[in-house]
Write a protein that binds this ligand. Structure first.
Ligand SMILES: Nc1ncnc2c1ncn2[C@@H]1O[C@H](COP(=O)(O)OP(=O)(O)OP(=O)(O)O)[C@@H](O)[C@H]1O
Ligand SMILES: [Mg+2]
Length: 316
């Protein structure tokens, strides 16, 4: 598959800073992927995004986007990427629509195409009803959503979203996460930064964990949690009263099952890979004539991975 974002040994040392903010970061994001950079405050996420956008010149190392070197072909790169910055970049006295028109013109858009696109992006982020209201009357979550709409105006193939859900209400957060998934389903490549592991887990195809300017681990959620000897929990609910102990009996002999526990009409199993053993579990239940009424697979989390790698908790 085509590589959309590639960082090679990126280093950034800010003028006068005692330590580099980013120290030799390499990673690649494939077309159609959602890749999350997960890391605590000061890990270097925003610095990395700024280098990948061409806003900040790396001290050393290189980046290319859709095959364009960021330092040599900045205009081609700007056409491909949409950036949703961590700091809100909106004019409070202007309406949502006026903000979009302003930014659209900066991108070189105009006329009917720009007006139509403004409507489309407002629709995407669920702000159509608010188009004519001043941004100063918006909630934090609505401002964040409008910030995203700005980034979408010129139909970028790649989106960088720098902690787009910090400090907002659950409903706006839900809208934003669903928007990211929807855009990705339509083919957009997404580079997402966060220090919320739940978001990284929910959204990402792959995750890079950053700390002190370095990538300390990278992979799918499953690959990362395997670093801590991760196991999945599979919870099977039983339809029949009192069926759980019988089901537990039937399942403990299934290959890949480690621990089995029956309680309150449900059987909880720990397995290395829940998705892989699930068909065998259902088959074993069926063979005993036990109907499974519900299935849940709980994967181990990134918090444990971060703790394992750094000896610190990811949360502030
Ligand atoms: N303009 C700057 N000048 C000097 N140092 C900077 C500058 N911007 C960032 N830094 C430093 O670089 C390091 C990385 O900062 P960065 O903003 O990239 O982290 P981050 O992962 O985005 O953090 P957060 O989660 O708080 O947004 C920090 O130590 C920060 O203090
Ligand atoms: Mg940041």
């Amino acid at each position: 598959m085509e590589v959309m974002i590639e960082a090679r040994e990126l280093v950034k040392r800010y003028n006068g800073a005692p330590e580099p903010a980013v120290r030799g970061l390499s990673f690649a994001v494939r077309q159609g992927e959602i890749f999350s950079l997960l890391g605590p405050n000061g890990a270097g996420k925003t610095t990395t995004i700024a280098m990948l956008s061409g806003l900040l010149k790396p001290t050393s190392g290189e980046a290319s986007i859709a095959g364009h070197a960021v330092t040599r072909e900045p205009l081609q790169v700007k056409r491909v990427i949409g950036v949703v910055p961590q700091e809100i970049a909106l004019y409070p006295k202007l309406s949502a629509r006026e903000n979009l028109l302003f930014w659209g013109r900066l991108y070189g858009m105009g006329g009917r195409e720009l007006r139509r696109r403004c409507q489309e992006v407002l629709e995407i982020v669920g702000l159509s009803e608010r188009a004519r209201q001043r941004v100063e009357t918006f909630s934090g979550g609505m401002k964040r959503r409008l910030n995203i709409a700005v980034g979408l105006l010129h139909r970028p193939q790649v989106m960088y979203m720098d902690e787009p859900t910090v400090g907002i209400d659950p409903q706006s957060r839900r809208t934003i996460l669903d928007t990211v998934k929807e855009l990705n389903a339509q083919g957009m490549t997404v580079l997402y930064t966060t220090h919320y592991m739940e978001e990284a887990q929910e959204l990402s195809h792959r995750i890079g964990i950053m700390d002190h300017g370095r990538m300390i681990a990278m992979g799918t959620l499953q690959e990362l949690t395997r670093l801590v000897g991760g196991e999945d929990l599979v919870i099977l609910r039983v339809a029949q009263n009192g069926g759980a102990p019988a089901l537990a009996d039937a399942l403990q002999v299934v290959r890949g099952v480690r621990r089995v526990h029956a309680e309150n009409g449900a059987v909880t199993l720990s397995v290395a890979d829940g998705h892989a053993v699930l068909p065998d579990l259902i088959q074993a239940a069926n063979a005993r004539g036990i109907r499974v009424a519900g299935v849940e697979i709980r994967e181990p989390n990134l918090e444990a991975v971060f703790l394992h790698l750094t000896g610190r908790a990811l949360r502030d």
